[in-house]
Design a protein around this ligand. Structure first.
Ligand code: TYC
Length: 101
């Protein structure tokens, strides 16, 4: 078929939408040891020690710190895994997720 013979009235537009992104946020608390928070950040978010220390200290000083940004499923899974590691060790360590603007 020649290009000019296509039925132009039935063409479909393909639009790929950008996935919405979600922040994982680390919340400060008065009980979880600093070293434990740092280890969880390294294990779950694949951070080096100095980056993990920086994030932990920012949450400690300011009350919360954005850890990283992911698609919704990945953000929720990582927040849950990291929070669960704290619970298993008897700490109130908490990670939440929040939609990016
Ligand atoms: N504030 C805790 C302490 O002094 C350490 C801590 C830092 C806990 C960051 C949670 O997200 C956190 N032991």
């Amino acid at each position: 078929m020649l290009d000019d013979e296509r039925d132009l009235t039935t063409e479909t537009k393909v639009r790929t939408e950008r996935p919405k992104l979600y922040k994982v946020i680390l919340l400060n608390d008065d009980f979880t040891p600093r070293e434990f928070v740092t280890k969880v950040l390294q294990a779950v978010f694949r951070m080096g020690e100095s980056e993990a220390l920086g994030v932990m200290m920012t949450a400690h000083r300011r009350g919360a710190c954005v850890v990283a940004v992911f698609t919704r499923e990945v953000a929720e899974e990582k927040a849950k895994t990291a929070t669960e590691l704290g619970r298993q060790a008897g700490f109130p360590l908490t990670f939440t997720t929040e939609r990016e603007e």
